[in-house]
Design a protein around this ligand. Structure first.
Ligand code: FNR
Length: 183
């Protein structure tokens, strides 16, 4: 049985580098891992009024989290933080009150930017919130990719060997982390 990991991309943009980064992680995933990019753009804005009768999209999202063994969060950087679409998904995953679907789930955060700081600010804000919702977050290695437009192609192709090595090393650490938490 493959280890089922879900990936959330914090960008809804058609040609998103963040989504391309997730595709690069999919292409480089170990054979015994199934990394599924899941839909979060269909979730309504978080609104406690909706919690009495949860929308189908939220129920389906909760089911995806429940079925997964781990979660990979990929974020762009918006004004030195992570994206609202990702925050919205994290918030829905933690609701209704008393039903935190993230609780004790192994997780990791990655980010990229076409500019020089590689979404460092975004990933650090993201990790802070991941800690609060009790996602068991991989600490090392960190993953920030700058100049993403130069390195990430279509269908998970990575043109830069150093970036590819970083992705491979990240996978080794992340799968080891997931295994360790099973013990
Ligand atoms: C950005 N961008 C950006 N980039 C960055 O490196 N640091 C930042 O703080 C910001 N701030 C920011 C705010 C907003 C509102 C937008 C829309 C964009 C640029 C951003 O990195 C760029 O648009 C990426 O291409 C977005 O990621 P995707 O959509 O390619 O995954």
């Amino acid at each position: 049985m493959k280890t089922r990991i879900i990936a959330l991309s914090g960008s809804l943009r058609r040609d998103s580098y963040t989504t391309k980064l997730v595709k690069a992680f999919q292409k480089s995933a170990p054979e015994d891992v199934a990394l599924e990019l899941i839909e979060i753009g269909n979730l309504p804005f978080i609104n406690e009024d909706l919690e009495k009768d949860l929308p189908e999209s939220v129920k389906a999202f909760h089911e995806k989290i429940r079925e997964s063994e781990a979660v990979l969060f990929a974020t762009p950087e918006y004004n030195r933080s992570y994206s609202p679409v990702l925050k919205n998904a994290i918030d829905w995953g933690s609701r209704p009150e008393g039903q935190n679907h993230w609780n004790n789930k192994p997780a990791a955060a990655i980010g990229c930017s076409p500019y020089s700081l590689g979404a460092f600010g975004a990933v650090n804000h993201l990790r802070q919130v991941m800690m609060y919702v009790n996602l068991l977050t991989l600490q090392e290695p960190e993953f920030y990719l700058s100049k993403a437009s130069c390195f990430l192609g279509e269908d998970g192709n990575v043109s830069d060997p150093e970036t590819q090595n970083h992705i491979d090393a990240f996978w080794i650490a992340f799968t080891d982390w997931i295994e360790r938490l099973k013990r």
